[in-house]
Design a protein around this ligand. Structure first.
Ligand SMILES: Nc1ncnc2c1ncn2[C@@H]1O[C@H](COP(=O)(O)OP(=O)(O)O)[C@@H](O)[C@H]1O
Ligand SMILES: [Mg+2]
Length: 343
């Protein structure tokens, strides 16, 4: 079977011209607009996994009767503390593990049919990459595993290196890469077959806030290309920012499932945000609200998140290099020393 079938249909409008010739123009622009439909890409029913010890005795119940659907075009987050069964779920989806019970349908196939993995991209918790290859060689190697033609490989390698922001380092050996760069090349590797479904296991773990922001942007880009993304994480803010729906697992059991806004919105309370108000106006507003039977719980100034402050600081530092923040007491002592110098 042509391992590249699903991809070549989408990426090469004229299949008859598919050859090594230069005229074959693979278009890498998104063809499918982002649209979440109801067709489940993944259907999990009563899935259980018991890890057994050497003698076959049950050791750990990693998953207990998990049921959920993941739809086409959505970014789905599997959340849970360490050991809650996230990685186990991903491995079961890929058919790398056999379930102890239950069923999985994924891209219309059973999970144990590994042929469907040609349409899936997988970023494992730890990527195992050849340290002595550079980024181009690494991706070219994986492209060969998918039997891609030379011209398609060349184009995809460039496209995904650019997409994950590694163009500046594409000829450096991976042993010189930082953790963040290694994670990026791992993502590019997961995407090289232009998969319909992308499974990302802890994509932001170990990244600094800038790397995390880039990774989140990348995930949103994948969604804009019409791909379905399943990511798992124990970092709550990352999941909140990019996921359409989430599931919370705890000790192998599903505890919450739904749209992020729905799970987080408190329907029973109202929040008003206004421009700065004088105390007298606040008192008047309070009086009005109390007349309507509402209780005012708090009146204060909104705060931004530490992530926003961090990203803003880095951005400003790039725009205005050389500007330093001098703490007040340091400024005072600087002034004193200047005065005593001039005396
Ligand atoms: N190969 C294994 N053998 C035995 N137990 C395992 C194995 N892999 C994972 N587990 C156990 O299964 C549970 C779920 O693990 P995992 O799916 O890796 O969780 P998560 O990815 O959410 O951190 C944990 O208790 C873990 O120790
Ligand atoms: Mg894990």
């Amino acid at each position: 079977m042509d391992t590249n079938e699903a991809v070549s249909q989408e990426m090469q409008p004229e299949p008859e011209s598919e050859s090594e010739s230069e005229s074959s123009q693979a278009t890498l622009e998104p063809v499918v607009p982002a649209a979440a439909s109801d067709e489940p890409v993944i259907k999990i029913r009563n899935l259980s996994k018991i890890y057994r010890d050497f003698w076959g005795r049950p050791k750990v119940q990693a998953l207990n009767s998990l049921s959920l659907d993941i739809h086409k075009g959505e970014v789905f987050g599997l959340l849970g503390p360490n050991g809650s069964g996230k990685t186990t779920t991903m491995k079961l989806l890929l058919g790398l593990l056999f379930p102890s019970g239950g069923e999985i349908s994924i891209l219309g196939e059973t999970a144990t049919n590994v042929e469907k993995n040609e349409r899936i991209g997988y970023l494992p918790e730890e990527s195992y990459l050849y340290k002595f290859l550079n980024a181009v060689e690494t991706l070219d190697f994986y492209g060969r595993l998918f039997n891609m033609s030379k011209s398609v490989r060349r184009e995809r390698v460039e496209y995904y290196i650019e997409m994950v922001g590694l163009s500046h380092a594409k000829h450096r050996q991976l042993k010189e890469y930082s953790k963040g760069m290694t994670r990026r090349i791992g993502v590019a590797q997961a995407l090289i077959n232009d998969p319909d479904l992308v499974l990302l296991d802890e994509p932001t773990t170990g990244l600094d806030p800038l790397g995390t922001r880039d990774m989140k942007d990348l995930i949103l880009k994948l969604r804009a290309e019409g791909k379905t993304v399943v990511m798992c994480s124990h970092l709550l803010a990352d999941v909140q920012d990019v996921c359409d729906r989430i599931a919370i697992l705890y000790e192998g059991e599903l505890k919450q499932l739904g749209r992020v806004e729905d799970l987080l919105t408190e329907q029973g309370r109202t929040q008003l945000m206004t421009s700065k108000l004088d105390d007298s106006v606040v008192a008047e507003v309070k009086e009005l609200l109390e007349r309507h039977g509402a209780s005012v719980e708090s009146v204060d100034h909104p705060t931004s998140t530490l992530e926003e402050l961090f990203l803003r600081t880095v951005e400003e530092s790039r725009e205005r290099p050389g500007r330093r923040f001098v703490p007040e007491d340091a400024a005072a002592s600087e002034a004193v020393s200047k005065v005593s110098e001039s005396e």
